[in-house]
Write a protein that binds this ligand. Sequence first.
Ligand code: AAT
Length: 286
Amino acid sequence: KSSEVLYYHNPMWPGEGHSMKVKEILFNKKSKYQQVLVFESYSYGKVLALDDIVQLTEKDECAYQEMIAHLSLCSIPSPKKVLVIGGGDGGVLREISRHSSVESIDICEIDQMVIDVSKEFFPNLAVGFDDTRVQLHVDDAVKFLQQTPENTYDAIIIDSSDPIGPAQDLVEKPFFKTVASALKPGGVLCNQAESMWLHTHLIQDMLSVCLQVFKGSVQYAWTSVPTYPSGAIGFLLCSKDGPVDFLNPVNPLPFEAEKDLKFYNSQIHTAAFALPSFVKTELASM
Ligand code: AAT
């Protein structure tokens, strides 16, 4: 690190480094769980990093939050009860709020400092917390889901950090079993599923667990987020029991809502499931 450029090295992207030119460090403290850093960059606006891993930037957060929310909610008719795991910045809440069928949104974020920092530095994301349908639970998602009654949610969105640090258990089979159990019949999961360029084994492991745990459809989709390692991030879409046609959403956003979005639209939704040939091969070999 220098005072002007932050260099990120991490086992999540071995053999390469990422750097960003810094205008000003705005916040840098260790919470109970992780190092929380906010800085103003030259090219992507304000940036939130946790344990030296970029979680979002003002410029490209739309590509991630819009996709993780609408890929799932547009795929089932009339979602009413939604759970967000992680996502303490509020960006995914902001996106879920665009769905008028939704009656309640629970969010389980482990780290109060992420929420506080977002409210201070990222008002366009933290605005998600202002929706009266939102109920905040500051807790470990593993514990929260163990205590969640069966058949509670229409959709669960796992907007969690990488599986080092507090999110370590969120890629394990026992955790996915509690997720599946918390879903209502017909319910769906959208899970942050890492980079197809960097994390083949991690994706294969998650896919194999999800194929065992979810009895309906399981599909991989991806989007472009330039400040995430390799510039791409994926999502695993899973349905609890019956088949769901994730590629052709039954519940598209109304025109009025879609025109406020920066990234997601119905063409991008379907296109997100088109996989490069090497990824098809890797995932088919499971
Ligand atoms: N909205 C995009 C930002 C994130 S933040 C991921 C959040 O998951 C963090 O706030 C972190 O504190 C929270 N989290 C981590 N572990 C747990 C847990 N066990 N229970 C509840 N919340 C948790 C995601 C960015 C993805 C980046 C991919 N490289």
